[in-house]
Ligand binder design. Structure first.
Ligand code: NDP
Ligand code: HSE
Length: 441
């Protein structure tokens, strides 16, 4: 049978990985797909740089060029593989490919989280597939698992470490005491970070991925603009250490939770009990826990970024598209798991409505009555305390750190109580608030 022809847009970390994996495993992939998958053309900005990104054995047969549109318009190309990133040129090229009747495989989570509703509608209209396994959690087949493997379940919640760069930074800082900037530079060198690494550090990338996961889990449209996001840049060594003392690890988690009145969609540093497997997922590894009503909890873990782990997911999509090319579009698995005319109109809840446990760190004057005042304010707000720890003041210091863990409370009440506590004369500076998830049910 005639080989499937792929047009690669971009030949950086992921694009070069795709070419390497396709070349190395060509025989196995062909046996799985039912026909060979060949890269017909590659479009990049800098051809010399692209040629240097993979061994000669991989690049010598590839037709490199600068003209992205020519690839998308090439009548011989069956699948356009978008691996350039960004939301402007990538969007134009993907929509043009769809309009040309081509299937699309992309690793671009920003593009899908922001323009996914438009892109999937266009693909539905054109009867083509848009596949995006690599867009979430790198090499972990979490899209496939959620969209197909868990299709019997009503998903209650999911929570994941879905940004490799920030998990790598947190791990190196905790285990080796490394400096934030040094570890970030290492993550960039290893090809983990986004073109703009603030996307990794400030939670945007995780929120893009969470937006996609929530759409598939709950059958809702992509609503990135309603996701709450908070990154790891303000985390302090003290908080990481105090959390450890109390039996918790801090991870940047993306959490999507079904509530009676809507969906919680939030990314933030989160304390997780150290005994949970996900709390021990370190470095560039990602992990996603999914709670389904029938299956209970399932956990998916693997490399969340990097060249070949991500290429593994891209190539899986190329094989899937190849296998399904001749299937009637009506009978393909819907892009977002649910039939497009059956999406739910569930609101995304504002962060003030979130219900979870909290870690609060106060700096207090070491004098009688402080604890009584603080606990009274929490009690008045209906917030119940789970644990409390007071640190010894440093030599000659009169200010002590007090750490409080709460039971589940509504964020709005916690914020109101924090404002009242901060107004006490015996409290110095601002209170640090982190969210805590037990992930037990
Ligand atoms: P790179 O920066 O390593 O590669 C991008 C490639 O696209 C380069 O070949 C670059 O060419 C080309 N390119 C970018 N912009 C243009 C443009 N305007 N015109 C022509 N060519 C362009 O990125 P990655 O491979 O890391 O990422 C690609 C996509 O995959 C992104 O959407 C990213 O979010 C996603 N992703 C990345 C992962 C990773 O671990 N790196 C994991 C999962 C997803 P040139 O070098 O010549 O500029
Ligand atoms: N920058 C992303 C990360 C790449 O670090 O997770 C994988 O999507």
């Amino acid at each position: 049978m005639k080989p499937i022809q792929v047009g690669l847009l971009g030949f950086g970390t992921v694009g070069s990985g795709v070419a390497k994996v396709l070349a190395r495993n060509a025989e196995e992939i062909g046996r799985r797909a039912g026909r060979a998958i060949e890269v017909k053309r590659v479009a990049v900005r800098n051809i010399d740089k692209a040629r240097a990104a993979a061994p000669l054995a991989v690049t010598e047969g590839l037709a490199f060029g600068n003209d992205m549109q020519a690839v998308v318009d090439d009548p011989d190309i069956n699948i356009v593989c978008e691996l350039i990133g960004g939301t402007t040129l990538a969007k134009d090229l993907v929509l043009r490919a769809i309009a040309n009747g081509k299937h699309v495989v992309t690793a671009n989570k920003a593009l899908l989280a922001i323009h996914g509703n438009e892109i999937f509608a266009a693909a539905q209209q054109a009867g083509v597939m848009v596949m995006f396994e690599a867009a979430v959690a790198g090499g972990i087949p979490i899209i496939k698992a959620l969209r197909e493997g868990l299709t019997a379940n009503r998903i209650e919640w999911l929570a994941g470490i879905i940004n490799g760069t920030s998990n790598f930074i947190l791990t190196e800082m905790r285990d080796k005491g490394a400096a934030f900037a040094d570890v970030l530079a290492e993550a960039q060198k290893l090809g983990y970070a986004e073109a703009d690494p603030t996307f990794d550090i400030e939670g945007h990338d995780a929120a893009h991925k969470l937006t996609i996961l929530a759409a598939i889990a709950f059958g809702i449209p992509m609503q990135f603009d309603k996701a709450y996001l908070e990154g790891i840049s303000k985390l302090t060594r003290e908080d990481i250490a105090y959390a450890e003392e109390l039996g918790y690890r801090i991870k940047l988690l993306g959490i999507a939770k079904r509530r009676a009145n809507g969906i919680e969609l939030r990314v933030h540093p989160t304390l997780i009990p150290a005994k949970r497997i996900i709390a021990n997922v370190d470095g560039v590894m990602n992990a996603v826990v999914v709670q389904g009503d029938a299956v209970g909890q399932t956990l998916y873990s693997g490399r969340g970024a990097g060249s070949e782990p991500t290429a593994s997911a891209v190539v899986a999509d190329l094989v899937d598209v190849t296998r399904l090319l001749t299937a009637d579009p009506e009978h393909r698995v819907p892009h977002l798991a649910f039939q497009p005319d059956r999406l739910a109109d569930l609101p995304i809840l504002p962060i003030a409505e979130v219900e979870t446990c909290y870690y609060l760190r106060l700096q207090a004057h070491d004098q009688p009555g402080v604890m009584a005042d603080v606990t009274r304010i929490l009690a008045d707000a209906g917030i119940s305390i789970d644990a409390m720890m007071q640190k010894e003041p440093a030599e000659g210091e009169k200010i002590v750190d007090i750490v409080i863990l709460t039971h589940v409370a509504i964020e709005r009440s916690v914020d109101a109580a924090i404002a009242r506590i901060e107004a006490l004369e015996t409290i110095a500076g601002r209170i640090t608030k982190l969210r805590l998830e037990n992930l037990d049910r």
